[in-house]
Design a protein around this ligand. Sequence first.
Ligand code: 0X9
Ligand code: ZN
Length: 299
Amino acid sequence: GMHWKDYHDLETIYAFMREVRAKFPDIARLYTIGQTAEGRDIKVLRISENPREYKKIWIDGGIHAREWISPATVTYILYHLMSKWETQPKYLREKTWYFLCVMNPDGYVYSRTVNRLWRKNRSPSRRANCFGVDLNRNFDIGWNGYGSSTNPCSDTYRGTSPASEQETKVVAEFLAKRKHNLDAYLTYHSYGQMVVYPWAYKAVKVKDANVLQRVANTAVDRIAQKTGTSYRASVTHEVLGIAGGGSDDWSRAALGVQYVYTIELRDRGTYGFVLPPKYIKDTALEGWIVADAVAQAIA
Ligand code: 0X9
Ligand code: ZN
């Protein structure tokens, strides 16, 4: 079964998503939204008591293969939300939640079995003897701009065109069909301990940046109180530099989602991507605190 004392393989994560669906047949729906280059399913779990009416919150993890704390956190958020569903406050229950626990399953399996520090997906490229596109440089926003590479061997290779990758394409199509009431797009990464909001592809803030900054401040204050960990709330380009093709910017630019955050989980570099399992629980709780604060802000 599922627990947060260690990292899990893809099958255990998918089995957990199926378990939640089986336990909540009336409000949970499991979608296979597409397949990867290596033929793995890309799975989204929706939780909703009223999908037509309620505002939607999208949560994804595992865009980058080596950031294992991200799928661990997204599954924990799902668990935390559902473990006492009946007694959750209205602002949590009266939402439609989408969980894509692992956006890059090929990369995740590759990182777990072959190369721990693998980042991209595993698409073969025709022009070079290299594999993989950085899915967070492959979305159709500032794709041809700064912060990504045209070299298939680079870790930030943007791909041959926007949404050239199945993972990008099926996520973009799934979300575009559901943009009505889509109020939050949360994407979990590591590492750095930050909560950041658009833009990343240009050195400009979104026009309602003050609102996004305020909600991010609330989240990082609550994290500091609860676990003592210090996170930074900021606009993306100021702390991470300019980079085009990100899923966060795309959800704002293409779909008009208001609460768009990339959460860089622990740590600040001591272990980096190889965060020891003993830190999973508290880090995942920090991820939950962000999701909870955003849901509350939307209510
Ligand atoms: O560079 C990234 O894709 C993210 N950092 S990571 O170390 N997890 O790779 C930051 C994403 C910020 N948003 C955009 N660049 N759009
Ligand atoms: Zn990342």
